[in-house]
Ligand binder design. Structure first.
Ligand SMILES: C[S@@+](CC[C@H](N)C(=O)[O-])C[C@H]1O[C@@H](n2cnc3c(N)ncnc32)[C@H](O)[C@@H]1O
Length: 220
């Protein structure tokens, strides 16, 4: 009986999808190997590097907020650009290994949904607004694509709220979004708050992944 229940919930919760969709994620592809060879904490570094090459968003001395940072490969890329004169705040619900060589880094282990705590932390650092906000946020996936897109949109709406307060007007927000079907719930507020939205899928995204990066340019 217990086994039958497990089988049913496994199928209902997208277990088949999980097998077919997540197994290839275990493959150590060329980006994984390259990340290891170059000392990046994750292959995501190459996604941000490609975005940066195209848009030149992050500049030396900037004050950057990196949301959903663990294990920290975005941060490695950001830190190399802003260097010692810049500042980085990162937020992740997971515990972060603080073993970084970069001095001006501030770590907050918190959920992006905890707006008041994030607000208090940033203000406590004496930061009024950031020059750039990056996010690589991903919900824990179910394998059911519309559910995962919904969870991704909820997370990104919470980031938009933080950016509304803490991103300087005229500057850029980078979001990672799971896009499966109509995503107007997210695009509409972005268009209200930013002059331009540009979408891209960096080469380091896995072929089967439905993630995209939304470059929200020129905050109003
Ligand atoms: C793809 S990983 C980020 C990889 C990271 N950008 C890097 O380059 O190493 C997605 C992250 O989203 C974080 N995350 C998911 N839900 C979150 C939430 N509610 N608040 C903050 N972070 C969250 C996860 O903990 C995870 O570390």
């Amino acid at each position: 009986m217990k086994q039958a229940y497990s089988l049913i919930s496994f199928l209902l919760l997208g277990g088949v999808n999980k097998i077919t969709m997540t197994k290839p994620f275990m493959i150590q592809d060329s980006f994984f190997k390259k990340a290891k060879a170059l000392g990046y904490r994750a292959r995501s570094a190459f996604k941000l590097l490609e975005i940066q090459e195209k848009y030149k968003i992050i500049q030396p001395k900037m004050c950057v907020l990196d949301v959903a940072s663990a294990p920290g490969s975005f941060l490695q890329v950001i830190a190399k650009i802003v260097w010692n004169w810049g500042k980085v705040v990162w937020i992740d619900i997971q515990k972060i290994d603080p073993n970084f060589w970069f001095p001006n880094i501030h770590l907050l282990q918190e959920s992006i949904f905890e707006y008041d705590k994030i607000h208090a932390y940033i203000c406590g650092l004496g930061i009024s607004q950031f020059d750039c906000i990056t996010s690589d946020i991903a919900p824990s996936t179910t394998g059911i694509t519309w559910v995962d897109q919904y969870k991704s949109v909820e997370l990104n709406l919470a980031i938009l709220d933080v950016a509304r307060e803490f991103l300087k007007p005229g500057w850029t927000l980078i979001l990672k979004v799971f896009v499966w079907e109509d995503i107007a719930d997210l695009i509409q507020p972005i268009k209200e708050q930013y002059k331009k939205l540009s979408r891209m899928k960096p080469k380091a995204c896995r072929d089967r992944s439905f993630e995209e990066y939304f470059i929200c340019i020129d905050k109003k």
